[in-house]
Design a protein around this ligand. Structure first.
Ligand code: ZN
Length: 319
């Protein structure tokens, strides 16, 4: 599928980590039945996805949509070679993730102090301290689960406005010092642009090297793919994405959510970056998701035109 033989500098292979079952479903009102979540994971796996965030260990009263995370994770673990992650906000959630044998637990930290207090009811440094407790618990139990510190609102946030890049870098280093195995950067509310992405990811790489494991972009303002491309050029080879771009932004009702899995997979493959993904199979899965989420607004672009077609040996050209 690549369009050209030459390739801009960037990793030759990349992972699209599906986060729709967590980041996507948590912001939709209806609760998807467990059977549909399992069917989603099976189909994503069949389409080549090998890293899936299956849910979150948070109290069911806060997020009833993700109350079945243990069951969904147990199913994910039956698929050979699937790396299953969960989000955990604190030590209690981490204990469940460790008991359930998650391959990775992601601890969200908000670089914006205002956002951190509003959403996690902790300062960023209190989250760092929690990561140290999680690491101690992991090591004491001899668990193989990896710990990722996910630094959110890294490009600014609705409550605080600007977030200083120096503070983002400080928190990444603090997370690693506290025992996180790796860190990721997230544009939680769609404030990033490709140039700010390039600058922050380059600085982050200088600071933490290959411990910088993943980029998480939202397409709130239509710059999700451009931001992913900018991050890829700085060496990022793992991206979070949601099938059909589900999710959204609590501060911008109707706005699209995460970068769309099938659009991102198409872009990377088109660029000659190997993802292991079958884009047609992802488009077929998107149609099933549409049926599973009646009345919900789905996002993304590729589904409208499908993959590029060549008609009668001549490329179809739109006037
Ligand atoms: Zn997100």
């Amino acid at each position: 599928m690549p369009s050209t033989a030459s390739l801009a500098p960037g990793p030759r292979r990349a992972v699209v980590r599906e986060v729709g079952l967590r980041d996507g479903l948590q912001s939709l009102a209806p609760t998807m039945p467990t059977a549909h979540k399992i069917a989603w994971i099976d189909a994503a796996y069949a389409a080549g996805q090998r890293e899936i965030e299956v849910g979150s260990f948070v109290p069911a009263r806060l997020l009833p949509q993700l109350a079945d995370t243990a069951e969904v994770l147990a199913h994910a673990k039956t698929l050979p070679g699937l790396f299953a992650s969960v989000l955990v906000p604190n030590l209690k959630g981490a204990q469940r993730a460790l008991e359930c044998g998650a391959d990775l637990l992601v601890v969200p930290l908000s670089a914006s102090h205002a956002h951190s207090l509003a959403n996690l009811r902790k300062t960023p440094d209190e989250v760092v301290a929690e990561v140290a407790r999680i690491r101690a618990e992991r090591d004491a139990g001899g668990h193989a689960t990896l710990i990722e510190g996910g630094v959110g609102t890294a490009f600014g946030c609705t409550l605080q406005g600007e977030v200083a890049p120096g503070e983002v870098l400080r928190l990444m280093v603090a997370l690693l010092d506290a025992g996180a195995d790796r860190v990721s950067l997230a544009d939680t509310v769609g404030f990033a642009d490709p140039e700010s992405v390039r600058r922050l990811f380059e600085s982050a790489r200088r600071e933490v090297g290959d411990k910088l494991a993943c980029a998480h972009f939202h397409d709130t303002r239509g710059m999700g793919l451009a931001n992913a491309y900018a991050a890829w050029q700085t060496g990022i080879d793992r991206f979070d994405a949601c099938l059909a771009g589900i999710g959204g932004c609590p501060h911008a009702p109707g706005a699209s959510g995460n970068v769309t899995t099938e659009d991102l997979a198409f872009m990377l493959e088109r660029m000659g970056v190997v993802t292991g993904l079958d884009v047609q199979a992802l488009l077929a899965l998107r149609r099933r998701l549409e049926a599973w989420l009646p009345g919900e607004t789905l996002h993304g672009v590729l589904w409208q035109a499908g993959l590029p077609q060549v008609l009668n040996g001549v490329a179809a050209v739109a006037a």
